[in-house]
Design a protein around this ligand. Structure first.
Ligand code: JFZ
Length: 500
């Protein structure tokens, strides 16, 4: 019996995860026949306005998950929730042997203890600025339903905590002041709202309740736009339940209203679905919303997978867990080098990389996060030219690292340095743009030697440019070679084939 139960739950888990991931984590397959869609995207692919142009140039962002879950920090009275809850911000769902008695009750009363004495939004914003973040995403309300702003539409909000003050306002103001654009994370799904349904409401009474929930959601979103007109967009979450999926007429009109109220507003593909229940991409495979919002703790392997859409990737430092997690021991936590690699992977494919932070119950970052923010910032001080406002480069993939480009500049961020100190770039023979000069960003002053090495391999479509790295140059992290592109001095010779 137990085994059977285990099998069925594993089966449903696999079913659930595969349905979550099916559409957006691999190459996009477009259906052969076009369908008539009435609830498709309200905005065109690759919006061309200035707000979207700014989004496209961010390169690096910061995510902050903060809420009541910051108080337990993934443990309670010395007992870890690590094997009982999905992630630290999901600790309310803690179950099984290790969970405290009446845990949900304890959790739902945590707001009485939420009093972050050392919270300083300005300090966060300065840290993000130092790190090089150009935008940030802040959790106004996670799945637990607790609002960090003084919402008029629910009592479960910050004014009922001992802290009382409007946290969302503090964050929006402080980051905007530093020149960092703010996006608000908003979970539609709520765990402890009796008007919420995960399945489609069936009876009249259920429908009535869910109607109430929908107008509550709409009211809160309009309220956020009203209160914080400086924000640039929403980052939606918790929109996967059938109740929401079936409410496509409501969500379509809501999106319209939000956009009308706040021209330029940016909304990703995780907000709503079409009338056939297709999420992120509609039934014709076209993106819903302004950018692809499915790259969460995962990165595309190939540029083609993105189908030319704008996108961002959000990333945790621990394997999983977005909220504060006090104890990082025994987990692989991503190093600064790991994160820089992911950053360049992302921007080399036209995406924005968004690094998550989970401050504690007092408003302080995890000490390891402070170190990473500093180290990423140090690196960005020297190398951000290869990150901001750059585009994908259509060259054969380099094994040394990642290409990006801006105007006549080609950047290669080197993560794998060759033993012989010769960086050999493969450039298609018919290319009318080749590296002419090269230098290393920051520190190393003199220009590098660039040599055309036309190897002459038969049938090879490429010719080669060698950049010689000075032996004495020994940086501690990835470094960026900046090249000026220009006309080739001589076209690659077509060597006469010997007779075979
Ligand atoms: C969601 C939340 O449940 C989580 O707590 C966190 O806030 C994260 C940023 O978003 O988690 C998800 C949502 C969607 C997918 C995976 C995790 N997904 O589509 O693969």
């Amino acid at each position: 019996m137990k085994i059977f139960k285990l099998f069925t739950s594993v089966f449903f888990l696999i079913l659930w995860t595969s349905s979550l991931h099916a559409q957006w984590t691999g190459p996009k397959v477009k259906p052969k026949e076009k369908k008539e869609i009435r609830y498709g995207s309200l905005t065109p692919k690759n919006r061309s306005d200035t707000d979207m142009a700014a989004f496209r140039n961010y390169g690096l962002g910061q995510f902050i998950h903060w809420g009541l879950y910051a108080i337990p920090g993934n443990e309670w009275e010395g007992v870890s929730a690590r094997n009982g809850a999905a992630a630290s911000e999901w600790i309310r769902t803690w179950g099984g042997q290790t969970a405290p008695k009446n845990w949900k009750d304890i959790y739902d009363n945590l707001y009485k203890k939420f009093n972050p004495q050392t919270f300083d939004a300005k300090a966060w914003a300065q840290q993000a600025k130092y790190m090089g973040a150009k935008y940030m995403i802040f959790t106004t309300k996670h799945h637990d339903g607790f609002a960090l702003w003084p919402t008029k539409f629910s009592n479960y909000n910050i004014t009922k905590s001992p802290y009382k003050k409007d946290i969302v306002k503090e964050v929006v103001d402080a980051y905007t002041e530093e020149g960092i654009d703010v996006y608000l994370y908003f979970s539609v799904l709520e765990w402890n709202n009796s008007d919420y349904f995960s399945v489609e409401p069936k009876t009249e009474a259920e429908k009535k309740k869910y109607e109430k929930f929908l107008s509550y959601t709409k009211n809160q979103l309009l309220e956020l736009l009203e209160n914080y007109p400086k924000i640039k967009g929403f980052w939606f979450d918790g929109t996967w339940d059938q109740s929401w999926v079936k409410a496509y007429d409501f969500t379509y009109n809501l999106e319209k209203e939000l956009r009308e109220k706040h021209p330029g507003l940016i909304i990703g593909s995780r907000f709503r679905n079409d009338e056939f229940g297709k999420r992120h991409f509609d039934s014709n495979g076209d993106i819903l919303g302004d950018y692809e919002q499915g790259w969460e703790r995962k990165l595309p392997q190939a540029f083609e997978w993105l189908d030319g859409n704008d996108w961002d990737a959000v990333m945790t430092i621990p394997p999983n867990g977005w909220g504060y997690m006090k104890d990082w021991t025994g987990l692989y936590t991503k190093t600064t080098d790991d994160l820089l690699d992911m950053l360049m992977h992302t921007v080399s494919m036209n995406g924005n990389f968004v690094l998550n932070f989970g401050p504690d119950g007092n408003g302080l970052m995890h000490p390891e996060e402070d170190i990473i923010a500093k180290e990423v910032g140090d690196w960005m001080k020297v190398n951000s030219e290869a990150v901001y406002g750059v585009r994908h480069v259509d060259l054969p993939k380099s094994n040394y690292g990642y290409y990006t480009k801006k105007d006549q500049n080609l950047y290669l961020t080197v993560f794998n340095r060759p033993i012989n100190n010769i960086i050999r770039l493969a450039i298609p023979k018919n290319s009318n743009e080749v590296p002419v000069t090269a230098s290393i960003l920051g520190g190393y002053e003199s220009e590098l030697v660039v040599k055309h090495s036309d190897i002459g391999l038969d049938l090879d479509k490429n010719t080669y440019y060698d950049i010689l790295l000075p032996k004495e140059f020994s940086p501690e992290r990835a470094f960026v070679i900046k090249m000026k592109m220009g006309m080739p001095i001589s076209k690659s010779d077509k060597l006469m084939d010997a007779k075979m």
